[in-house]
Design a protein around this ligand. Sequence first.
Ligand SMILES: Cc1ncc(COP(=O)(O)O)c(C=O)c1O
Length: 349
Amino acid sequence: MPDDGDILDFRSDTITRPSAGMRQAMARAEVGDDVFGEDPTVRRLEQRAAELCGREAALLVPSGTMANLIGLALHCQRGDEVILERRTHSFSHEVGGGAALFGILFHPLESADGRLLPEQVEEAIRPVDVHQPRTRLVVVENSINLAGGLLYPFELLRRLRQLTRQRGLGLHLDGARIFNAAVASGVEPATWAAQVDTLSFCLSKGLGCPVGSLFVGDREQVDQARWLRKMLGGGMRQAGIIAAAGLYALEHNIARLAEDHARARELAAGLRQCLDERFRVQPVETNMVLIHTDSAATTETTLASWRRAGVLALAPSPTTIRLVTHLDIPAAGARQAVERISRATREQG
Ligand SMILES: Cc1ncc(COP(=O)(O)O)c(C=O)c1O
C-alpha cells in the first residue's frame, strides 16, 4: 500500500481539508458572540447565502443533519408525516432525528433511482381522516447522495411544487450538494430555491469547509429556525471563524466543482474499461461514481484490493461502491486511480 501522502481518497467529499487561503480567511475573521447576534462574519455569510439562493434569509448551523432536522420541525407538528424517497439522507442517515426528537412520522417511498415522483407523492398523501396522521411535508434531495450523485430533474421539482401547493404541504430541499447540482445542470441555486419552501446546503462537502451548513427560507421561517437551532444545542459563539471559511468557499470553490465532475466522468470511463461483468458503472451526473456489484463478497474484496493499491472508496450498500471526487483529489487523480485499479485487477486475475 502506498504511504499516506500517496493515497487517493475517494470515500467522500467531506474529507477535504481547508486550503491555505481558507485558513488565512479564518484566521483573519472578525468575530463576536453569534448567539447575541453580534458576529459580523456570520451575518455576512448568512446574507450571502440568502442572496445566492434568492431568498430572504439564511441561518448558519453546525451540520447538514441539523439543517434538515430544523426543516422537519419547522413544517411538522408531533404526529405529522413527511413523505420522502427511502434513499433520502434525512430518512436513511440522520438517526431518525425527526421521529426521536420531534415525533414526526417518516413515510418513505421507493423509486427506481432515488428520484421521488410527483405521482407517487400524490398517492401517498393521507386523506383528511380522523384515523390517520396528517401529511405535512415532502423532502427531496439534490444531488441525491445515495443514488450516486444523481440530479433531481428541475421539471420534476416544478411539478412537485405545484402538487405540494395544491395540497397545502411544505416542500423542503436537502441541497447538501446544491452547488454541484447547479454547476452540473446549469440551473442556478436561486432557481432551485424558488421552487421550495425551505432548503439546506452544506459548506463542508464539495465546497471544502471544515464545518457548517446553511438553512435558507423566508425571514419568518429563519427566525423560527434560530429558536430551533438553539433548542438543539446548535447556537455557536464566535462562529465567524467558521463563517469566514464559508464566505471563502462561496467565492472560490463553486465554479471549480466542474473539475470534480469532469474527474468523476474520467474515473467512470476508465473503470468501465478495466472492470469485468461483475460490475456496472452508473452514468455520472455530478461528483460521484456509483458502481453496482453482483454481490456483497465482490464489494468487500474489491474495496480491500483497491485499498492495498492506494485507492479508498466506500460501500453505501452491500452491493454498491461509491467514489467521490473533490478538491483534494489532484488533477491526475482519476487517471492514477484507474491505473492502480487496473494493475490490482491484473495482478489478482
Ligand atoms: C445529502 C446529504 N444531506 C445531509 C447530509 C448531512 O450533513 P452533515 O454530515 O453535515 O450532518 C449529508 C452528509 O453526507 C448528505 O450527503
